[in-house]
Design a protein around this ligand. Structure first.
Ligand code: GDP
Ligand code: IMO
Ligand code: MG
Length: 432
């Protein structure tokens, strides 16, 4: 496997967490490379069922180092609460959990501003997860952020926090009528977080560089998917970092030519949570059915019902074009077991033209899906692990998605549990 990036190829929630948990059995190092606790990665394994938000999905494997990479945005209270919760349920000690000192910190005012900004957007609301992610990355770019390394330097913090908090407090109070934050209380709070996180904080550069030199197996875990990429998604309904393979290199500290494999994750249908265009969205009974099959499509971070629709080849093709996807994992095949017919969007019709790659937002809202209808298989695929055990029409579905996206399918998901995966060795071996 050497170095493999796990990239969301749709609107997020493709099943990245499950696939990382599955593959991490063979990984020395798992690195979350962007995003923060806006993630909700549901993991089902022998320890139980977990919704991970910040913890990389390799934490269940003893002997695997898990790193929150420099490209992430870390909320210390959220991370500490998640460690306590998962730790008490599993006995995992988190000695091998590392937090990059260059990662940015989501501060309390980021969370307040995320909510206040959403509220003032009115009809143009973006549907963020309200976790402060946008404001934290905005401060990173504006060079007024707080980094994990800063939490360990009391002298620096006591100067830096009052300096960055001044403008934030004016915005909170005068812009949004909210209470300002007391600088010295915030310095104390951040120092406490620093002490709690200190055993985990590392300079990730030598850690990752040495792992590459030693040819260790490294998994790069993405958060969200291509349609919500800051540069390539349907702006402004995007997140504030890049879930692409290029984002993986920057956010983890991996040279592009050391990325051996890019594995795109795509669900066998499509879901999106939050605002923005979604050409195959079904607001009818079929959409409800897709939402409610199996464990159901409800946000693991926010509990919001996910918008659902048929599989759409356009975002997956777009993700492949941008991230150089070598192979796909097609998750939740079993969710389609009971559909008599299954539609698949092969391209969009846009102003009388056929469009195969995702156009920008203004055009995307006008795009109409061009569907191909496939026969369902009306048989259970739940828990199947051998490709030839999949019903013929399920294999036809896999081949059709491969043909439409121009990308081989290496893994097929057949259930929530980490073991419910068909591995097609011929494809997976070739892509490794
Ligand atoms: P992520 O954010 O990409 O990690 O995806 P989420 O965990 O938010 O959402 C994917 C949902 O699908 C979760 O409830 C997973 O447990 C579930 N899931 C993932 N793979 C499969 C699969 O192959 N079959 C079934 N039935 N559920 C799956
Ligand atoms: P995983 O890792 C699905 C969406 C939000 C909103 C937009 C911006 O589970 O795939 P943000 O809070 O990032 O500023 O919100 O992105 N969003 C997600 N949608 N899954 C996620 O994570 C998401 N993280 C953010 O709904 O539209
Ligand atoms: Mg999710």
């Amino acid at each position: 496997m050497s170095t493999m990036a796990i990239i969301g190829a749709q609107w997020g929630d493709e099943g990245k967490g499950k696939i990382v948990d599955h593959l991490a059995a063979a990984a020395d190092l798992v690195i979350r490379f962007q995003g923060g606790n806006n993630a909700g990665h549901t993991i089902v394994n022998d320890f139980g069922t977990f919704a991970l938000h910040l913890l990389p999905a390799g934490v269940f494997h003893a002997g695997t180092i898990n790193l929150l990479g420099p490209g992430t945005a870390v909320s210390p209270p959220a991370l500490l609460a998640e460690m306590a919760e998962v730790g008490s349920a599993t006995g995992i000690s988190f000695e091998s959990l590392k937090v990059a000192e260059r990662a940015h910190v989501v501060m309390p005012y980021h969370v307040s501003l995320d909510a206040a900004e959403e509220q003032q957007r009115g009809d143009l609301v973006q549907g963020t997860t309200l976790r402060g992610i946008g404001p934290a990355y905005a401060d990173k770019a504006a060079r007024s952020g707080v980094r994990v390394a800063d939490l360990l330097d009391a002298n620096y913090l006591s100067e830096w926090i009052p300096s960055v908090l001044g403008p934030k407090n004016r915005l909170l109070a005068e812009g949004y009528g909210l209470d300002p934050i007391d600088p010295s209380a915030l310095v104390d709070q951040t120092l406490e977080w620093g002490e709690a996180l200190r055993p985990h904080v590392v300079d990730s550069l030598p850690l990752v560089s040495n792992a590459l030199d030693a040819n260790h197996t490294i998994l790069l875990e993405g958060q969200l998917g291509v349609m919500r990429d800051l540069d390539w998604g349907h702006y402004p309904y995007v997140t504030s970092s890049s879930p692409s393979a290029a984002g993986a290199c920057i956010g983890a500290g991996i040279p592009p030519q050391r990325l051996d494999t890019v594995l795109g994750i795509a669900k066998a249908f499509t879901s999106s949570v939050g605002e923005g265009p979604f050409p195959t969205e079904l607001t009818d009974a079929t959409g409800d059915r897709l939402r409610n099959v199996g464990a159901g499509e409800y946000g693991a971070s926010t509990g919001r019902p996910r918008r659902c629709g048929w599989f759409d080849a356009v975002p997956v093709r777009t993700a492949a074009a941008l991230s150089g996807i070598d192979a796909l994992a097609l998750t939740k095949m079993d969710a389609l077991d009971e559909f008599e017919t299954i539609s698949v969007c092969e391209a969009y019709e846009l102003d009388g033209r056929r469009v195969e790659l995702a156009p920008d937002t203004h055009a995307l809202v006008r795009a109409r899906p061009i569907y191909r209808e496939l026969p369902g298989w009306l048989a259970t695929t739940a828990g199947v692990t051998e490709y030839d055990q999949l019903p013929p029409n399920a294999q036809l579905y896999v081949r059709t998605v491969e043909e439409m996206t121009g990308t081989p399918i290496a893994l097929v998901g057949t259930g929530q549990h980490r073991t419910a995966v068909v591995t097609r060795d011929a494809v997976f071996g070739a892509s490794r």
